[in-house]
Design a protein around this ligand. Sequence first.
Ligand code: ARG
Length: 269
Amino acid sequence: MNKWGKLSLGLLLAGGLLTGCGSNNTDNSAEGNSNSGAAAKKLVLGTSADFPPYEFHKMIDGKDTIVGFDIDIAKDIAADMGAELEIKDLPFDSLLNELSSGRVDIVISGLSPDPDRAKQVGLSDIYYSAEQAVVVREENKDYFPTMDDLKGTKIGIQTGSIQEDIAKEIEGAQLTSLSKMSEIVLQLQSNRVDASIMEGPVAKAFVKNVDGLAIAGAVPEVEDDGYVVGVKKGNDELLGQVNATLKRLKDEGKIDEYVAAASELAEGE
Ligand code: ARG
């Protein structure tokens, strides 16, 4: 528990820390090393900013801002291209269509490199990896030591996520798919679902900030346990630029730095 104690979810929702503050389309721009010319290049990022510490809303100097380690990476990609970054906060399950239709240039959203996705869009090299986790109400913490203990339970997951696929494999599980992670957390808190599956770092951030939740012992196994950047299928030039920046950031140890800083930011200090 941090020094202010745990915040209630209601407060979080009101404060817009973990959710989109009502509007689903927040633009905040980050400066790239833009060219001196009048028409600076623009890189439009699509992300679902409901996923601390990857991407989330936070009041910074009194302003609702989208932050997170994915956002830091996006800023570097834009800067290396000499472009200005524009951020579009969109529902997770719409992101790949937005890419294909050209309404966004890149997707960075804790995106796992699922083979079906690789058919639809171009996927970069892996920039980070994390384990999955099962989040439950604190009083049920000890009832889910293994994945088998999730059989027949009510599980909340994000629509279009790989967690939805994981949950579908669990015998007898009743699934509630919702668009935003904060809605799933609310369902857990109000006893409408008993468990949720999400990335370990996201589980930690929610458990830290939301009253009455805990991480269970069960650990879902996934094959694609890394995160990648999506670009439009066939845009190999952009994919090459993205991979070059990712390689630089990995070589410089920047990604771990960004993850640590974003995790701290997500924990509310
Ligand atoms: N890693 C999972 C997937 O690719 C979940 C990602 C959800 N991302 C988000 N920003 N809500 O399906």
